[in-house]
Design a protein around this ligand. Structure first.
Ligand code: ATP
Length: 351
């Protein structure tokens, strides 16, 4: 049973510059005040955490809807892990992954592709070696994942270690070539960047349509890599910014299973106008970069001691706020963002 909790009388000391979006109200403040986030802060990344059912998806939807209502400066892409956003986002463009297929083998970026497979499929050094040798050999014309599978099936073994590693590599790659995935991983050219640029409304990519979470993770990682690389290479979102919502972020930014290229880009990507909203149930499972590189933090109710400890340490939370976090009601959260002197407890508004 929830104990009776006395919320502290809150002093709201804020100094914002530029445009802001309102996401709710400060609870128990001396005078009624809106809980706001500076629009410019969004490219400095946002972390939204909380136990299941605490209100994360709802809060992210409010941020997106308010942002789109307030300014046309941002494009929005939601990578929807569980397919929860469609009904919550105003005027969203909804896409299944097979309508946004990815060209996963890019010859000018082959080592990055191998690294990404290494992280997402858990490849061993011999398996990485085999992939490098295959791609370095001009004899093989590999344009898609099916060509790669063919080469792996037919390449001559150079000893027993090679055979063993080749076969287990084949077992890891084969799920990507299953029926129904051809449209997802076999694009001649990626359409995602052009689509983001022409689309006026928030885009939701419903990753949950890829049923196997192992393959979903690979799709999401490759999608993020494409967006980040494009931002760095062409500075496409330097003026028109892009907000990317990454649900269930521990799947690609998990402490023990992160995708290296995505984690590394967290600190860099803001310079190129891309802001991430990292959403997860468990902050303690996330790589340190996710805590360090997020300027805005929204913490819904958290029950686990490990998670509480990570949050308290990174925000220097005062004890009277820290001890309330496990008992916050659905939709209530601790907000800390640039422009606020100290974290405040808020009630996120209804949709
Ligand atoms: N601020 C709010 N005002 C009113 N209702 C809310 C608010 N926040 C969340 N809810 C309701 O609480 C329920 C759970 O919210 P939500 O799905 O956002 O939680 P969650 O943390 O994303 O859960 P999960 O981790 O399971 O996806 C939903 O029915 C939602 O409509």
């Amino acid at each position: 049973m929830k104990p009776i909790i006395k919320y502290p009388r809150q002093e709201y000391l804020a100094r914002f510059s530029g445009e802001t979006i309102d996401i709710g109200e400060v609870i128990n403040s001396k005078i009624p005040v809106k809980a706001s986030i500076q629009v410019d802060t969004l490219t400095h990344h946002t972390l939204v955490v909380g136990s299941t059912g605490s209100g994360k998806t709802h809060t992210v939807s409010i941020i997106v809807n308010e942002l789109v209502r307030k300014t046309s400066k941002y494009k929005v892409l939601i990578i929807d892990w569980h397919g929860e956003y469609m009904k919550l986002i105003n005027r969203a463009e909804y896409l299944e992954p097979r309508r946004m297929p990815l060209n996963i083998i890019e010859h000018n970026n082959i080592y990055e592709f191998i690294e990404l497979l290494q992280d997402s499929l858990g490849l061993t050094p011999p398996q990485v070696y085999i992939l490098e040798k295959i791609f370095e050999n001009k004899k093989y014309m590999i344009n898609n994942i099916y060509d790669l599978r063919n080469v792996l099936e037919n390449i001559e073994d150079q000893g027993s270690w090679f055979r063993e590693s080749r076969l287990s590599l084949l077992r890891k790659i084969s799920p990507l070539t299953r029926d129904g995935l051809r449209e997802v991983f076999d694009a001649y050219k990626d359409k995602i960047i052009d689509y983001i640029n022409i689309c006026e409304n928030p885009i939701i990519i419903d990753a949950s349509r890829i049923q196997d979470p192992y393959i979903r993770r690979i799709y999401v990682s490759i999608l993020l890599k494409k967006i980040f690389k494009e931002a760095v290479k062409r500075k496409v979102w330097s003026r028109n910014k892009l907000l990317v919502v990454l649900e269930e972020a521990h799947n690609v930014l998990g402490r023990n299973n992160y995708i290296g290229i995505v984690a590394r880009m967290l600190s860099e990507i803001r310079k190129f106008g891309v802001g991430l909203v990292i959403v997860s149930q468990s902050p303690s499972q996330l790589v340190d970069e996710a805590m360090l590189n997020t300027n805005t933090k929204i913490i819904h109710s958290i029950k686990s001691l490990n998670d509480l400890e990570v949050i308290s340490k990174s925000l220097y939370l005062p004890l009277n706020i820290e001890k309330i976090i496990p008992y916050l009601d659905v939709g209530e959260a601790v907000l800390y963002t640039r422009g606020l002197k100290k974290p405040v407890i808020i009630k996120v508004k209804e949709i």
